[in-house]
Design a protein around this ligand. Structure first.
Ligand code: MLT
Length: 428
């Protein structure tokens, strides 16, 4: 017998079904509350409101658990590859060796973009932030693949769009960097693996042979896995709600990139490095900045600490911190910023002010340090986040379409003027 919640308001009682997930998460289904009672709920930022039922990612903020389709990120980041994890998120199961080979080969053969994209790229000034360029270029793909405008087309058509997006995003991301550097773009080399090809297009130059360090390529692959999905975060919710209007997958992903750009979301990894550089440039006195962060009258805020969902630790930060250590020692890099970050973490984790507020390093705290070590410039950090998050966004969009979810249309509580008569300008 299904459980129900009883709501007593203004002398009436309303019965609302209780929904329970496979990990015993419980929700009150308010889908019919307004039609029964004329009453809605209010939850700014939707922090207590489920927007959907999803089978893609499970996270437990209290226990620091993160699983993609039931597999832990600890297992996947250690044993899998980004393309295999992309397949898992999008199609729901780990691929067989043949399925993975076909998926990888399909992607390898779609890495080129239409030559006219270069004309669009050339229209951006070199100071254009790569995230703005990337969002625009992804949206422009609709012009070159107009059949994608109808997201209700055949599964084959949708899969074609999915393959093209996964294949072309690294090319577009690398080209947005080349635009920033005013360097000639590099075309993909399809004999390279996914992350090596991206690094080649980022750092290669037509005048020299570019060797890709396998340590860097492997570290980047792990970082992309750790960023691949995170259930209904801001950008994933954006992709779902844009997709709910039956906008194309390209348009939905372009909107997701725009949402990720914000410093409160994917832009946080760039803000962390800028904060660490500020601390270093002002003498590296960690205690001083810890006290500034605690001082309400001081505008300084500690970036990369705490999380809306994780209450004790961000499981991705633990993995990334070890990867940062490994990568820097393997590359023989002694980055004072990493030393500063570890000192800042140590001080913060032993300070009751931060512990009591659940302020501990999140995924953004260490990712920027690795990106720096890999030679990736700061304003490309969020582009790296977008590269990693792409399969998660695609999986979320696809799940909503397959479940025929309705268009997203939240309600509101109106707090403006009551009815008033129009006043002629002479009477105002
Ligand atoms: C993410 O991975 O999307 C970020 O941690 C933000 C979030 O989940 O809210």
């Amino acid at each position: 017998m299904s459980k129900i919640a009883k709501l007593h308001i203004n002398g009436s009682q309303y019965e609302l079904p209780i929904v329970e997930g496979t990990e015993q998460e419980t929700a009150v289904d308010i889908s019919n509350l307004r039609s029964q009672s004329g009453i809605i709920t209010l939850d700014k930022g939707f922090k207590n409101t489920g927007s959907t039922k999803s089978a893609i990612t499970f996270l437990n903020g209290e226990k620091g658990i993160l699983r993609y389709r039931g597999y832990t990120i600890e297992d996947l980041s250690e044993k899998s590859s980004f393309l295999e994890v992309s397949y898992l998120l999008i199609y729901g199961e780990l691929p067989s060796s043949n399925e993975l080979a076909n998926f990888s080969n399909e992607i390898r053969s779609h890495t080129l973009v239409h030559e006219d994209v270069k004309s669009i790229l050339d229209g951006f000034p070199s100071r254009a932030h790569p995230m703005g360029v990337l969002s625009s270029l992804v949206s422009s793909l609709t012009a070159f693949y107009p059949k994608s405008l109808d997201p209700n087309r055949s599964i084959e058509e949708i899969n074609g769009t999915i393959i093209r997006l996964i294949a072309k995003l690294p090319t577009l991301a690398a080209w947005s960097y080349k635009n920033r550097m005013r360097q000639p773009i590099m075309y993909p080399k399809n004999h390279l693996d996914y992350t090596s090809n991206f690094l080649y297009m980022m750092f290669g130059l037509p005048t020299v042979e570019t060797e890709i360090n396998p340590i860097i390529a492997k570290a980047l692959d792990k970082l992309l896995i750790l960023h691949a999905d995170h259930e209904q975060n801001c950008s994933a919710s954006t992709v779902r709600i844009v997709g709910s209007s039956h906008a194309s997958l390209y348009a939905s992903i372009s909107a997701g990139i725009a949402a990720l750009w914000g410093p409160l979301h994917g832009g946080a990894n760039q803000a962390v490095i800028e904060m660490l550089e500020e601390i270093k440039n002002q003498g590296g006195d960690v205690e001083k900045f810890i006290n500034k962060a605690k001082d309400k009258s001081d505008s300084f805020r500690l970036m990369g600490f705490g999380h809306r969902v994780y209450k004790n630790f961000d499981p991705r930060a633990k993995i990334i911190k070890k990867a940062a250590d490994d990568v820097l020692s393997q590359l023989g890099i002694n980055d004072p910023i990493l030393d500063l970050a570890m000192k800042l973490e140590e001080v913060a984790l032993n300070d009751d002010y931060f512990k009591s507020r659940g302020l501990y390093p999140n995924v953004d705290f260490y990712s920027g340090i690795i990106y720096r070590a890999l030679g990736i410039p700061t304003d490309m950090f969020t582009v790296m986040f977008a590269l990693g998050r792409l399969p998660g966004w695609i999986a979320q969009w696809k799940e909503a379409r397959e479940n025929s979810e309705p268009i997203g249309r939240p309600r509101q509580v109106y707090i403006g003027h009551n009815h008033r008569a129009y006043k002629n300008i002479s009477d105002r």
